[in-house]
Design a binder for this molecule. Structure first.
Ligand SMILES: Nc1ncnc2c1ncn2[C@@H]1O[C@H](COP(=O)(O)OP(=O)(O)OP(=O)(O)O)[C@@H](O)[C@H]1O
Ligand SMILES: [Mg+2]
Length: 236
């Protein structure tokens, strides 16, 4: 299993559990949607899967690695994961190029891709490919992030997450600021990358995406996974 959560509970403060009794297994190359009402704990669940947050109770295992037992192995695993945070977390005063190139600096460990020089021509080509794949023009690379629209910033965050060809991409409402056409540019890209073996966990509110993409969907409610719909057939 790529990711395994067993009897996981999460509280940010004593006596107020956000998640409880969460059991989830994600296989290599699998595609999973996470849905549920605002505030139900989707972002919290995704943060447990990226090891940004740790469980209050229970166990999270990353490709067989228990985070509390081996932090250096966990860091290496983390380099195989791309993340699109709900709030993008871009460096707003830097250029789009500077933001998208960052993961190359941390390395492509375990991604089955050859190493590239951070500053060299190879890096420039990877950055150009990443922004083109999310429907942004190459000329945007020289713009500062704070000059961009919300939807453009969201796609910069997606480009940054895919540039290292991660084994697992965790995307928190990755189309929340996008119009219909750009939403499908991104969803078509995700499906293409998934066919090549990249695993996905995508939190979304977009019913049209769930209806059309038809992948395994976990429905969160009351702090736990109420339905784990493996066929993606049940509309929420
Ligand atoms: N860092 C934090 N500290 C304290 N409470 C938090 C923190 N992050 C989230 N919470 C609380 O945990 C609950 C779940 O939040 P979370 O962001 O996981 O929900 P969500 O399902 O992603 O919501 P949305 O659809 O609005 O993005 C909320 O009640 C929220 O206030
Ligand atoms: Mg959220």
């Amino acid at each position: 299993m790529l990711i395994s959560l067993r009897q996981v509970a999460k509280a940010y403060s004593p006596n107020s559990l956000v998640l409880r009794n969460v059991n989830l297994e994600l296989a290599k190359g699998e595609f999973l949607f996470v849905v549920g009402d605002s505030g139900v704990g989707k972002t919290t669940l995704l943060k447990l899967i990226t090891a940004e947050e740790f469980p209050t109770d229970g166990q999270v295992t990353f490709d067989g690695i228990r985070s509390e037992l081996d932090s250096s192995k966990l860091l290496r695993f983390r380099r195989r994961v791309g993340v699109v945070p709900q709030d993008y977390r871009l460096l707003k005063d830097r250029t789009v190029y500077d933001n998208v190139v960052i993961p190359l600096f941390f390395g492509r460990h375990g991604t089955n891709s050859p190493p590239v020089s951070f500053m060299g021509k190879g890096a420039r080509k990877l950055v150009e490919d990443a922004v083109t794949n999310v429907g942004l023009p190459v000329k945007i690379l020289e713009a500062r992030v704070r000059e961009l629209s919300g939807g453009e910033q969201q796609r910069v965050a997606i480009a940054r997450a895919i540039i290292n060809s991660p084994d697992l991409l965790i995307a928190d409402e990755p189309t929340g600021s996008l119009d219909h056409d750009h939403t499908w540019t991104v969803m078509d890209l995700f499906q293409k990358l998934n066919l090549k073996g990249m695993a996905f966990v995508v939190a979304t509110h977009d019913r049209e995406i769930i209806r059309r993409v038809r992948k395994r969907t976990c429905h969160l409610s009351g702090g736990t996974i109420r339905v784990d719909d493996r066929e993606g057939a049940c509309i929420f």
